[in-house]
Design a protein around this ligand. Sequence first.
Ligand code: HEL
Length: 415
Amino acid sequence: MRRISNRGVTAATALLTLVVTAGPAGAAPGADPRRGTSVGTGTGAPLPAPDPDGVGDALKRTLAAGAPGAMTRVDDGRTTLSRTAGVSDTATGAGMDTDGRFRIGSVTKTFSTVVLMQLVAEGAVDPDAPVERYLPGVLPDTRITVRHLLSHRSGLWDYSNDMFARTVPGFEAVRDRVFTVRELIDLATAHPATAVPGTTYQYSNTNFVVIGALIEKVTGRTVREEYERRIIDPLDLRNTAYVHPETSISGKRIRGYLTPDEAGAPLVDSTEQTVSWAQSAGAVISSPGDLDRFMSALLGGRLVRADLLERMLEMTPSDGSGVRFYGLGLRRRDLSCGIPVYGHTGTVQGYYTYSFTTRDGRRSVTSVANTSNNGTANTVLGDTLEAAFCGKRATAPRALTARAPLPEEEASAAR
Ligand code: HEL
């Protein structure tokens, strides 16, 4: 296992804290967020200064919606803005901590895509080749290409739909399980294809489990080794690890609390789990600073060759909103101020994550809440992006009395 220090958790009683520091933060130097900058919006307009009060307000509303804690870190040139609210551990009362480690869920898909695109750059993988070329006999349809997997257009059923139909029982059934990739693919292919390969966007964890298997087949190394040698070590991401199937998060950690389906039932501490159901689709652990550094490096052109990054950024709508898109292992969101941001979201039991950056990677924002299966908390946590990228002109806060989205509404909005 990658060595990560155990610095312990400091007890904190403050509900809301703000830290602004100047210094190297992993993003390109130069911009002062309080003055705004003319780069990075993708629109030609100046990037507004982040709105710390707006960020803090969104975090408070995330708590009011039921999350024990929430936090945002903005890395903007040499300036870092950190906001936290609530607790990282309901038993000790320790405060949220932007140096804390948590489960990033599907932000893992962007890590897997970076490894894959580096293999494309090396000539080891052709994105338009059938998966069959690299993993003979593994998928039922030989028309499925590598690009179909990365863009969620394979037509492979998402096995996690069945696993988590009942939230807590579903989680408890898999929290200590160790799945082989073959078992996960078999769960998916027990269902008919959802579409003809290449025709339809349909988010599926299955795609990125197959990507992990492909990486391991082509390189002869584990995905963990590949994440480490291609991303974690070069970027010096000290709080980032892939420890599957180990169940614990070492060092300073944010505990995760799963919201049961039954109204009023107590939150379930879901920190410890193998995440074997997700593997290369969702099992990475990281911290806000590390994710900001990763996203800045990716959009800043320091991880993937420029022409291949452009391929990752070729987006199609991921829903009917007109503001959410999916490329290759990467999402785009068009914010209310017209600024497009790029990154990924994550939902894994006990944690919601947003990690996004500007087109040039110069402002990166990661927000985390330590709960899940709570659509309202997830939606209002997303408002931190508005405040962090759009600044004070962000739209008025969503009313907390608004009807919480139904699970299927939330899933379709997110996927
Ligand atoms: S779902 C998403 C998100 N992605 C996908 C992946 C991830 N996470 C999962 O597939 C987890 C599903 C179960 C999560 C669980 C909860 O809330 O903890 N929910 C239930 O059990 C509901 N019955 C598309 C939202 C993404 O943002 O990409 O991460």
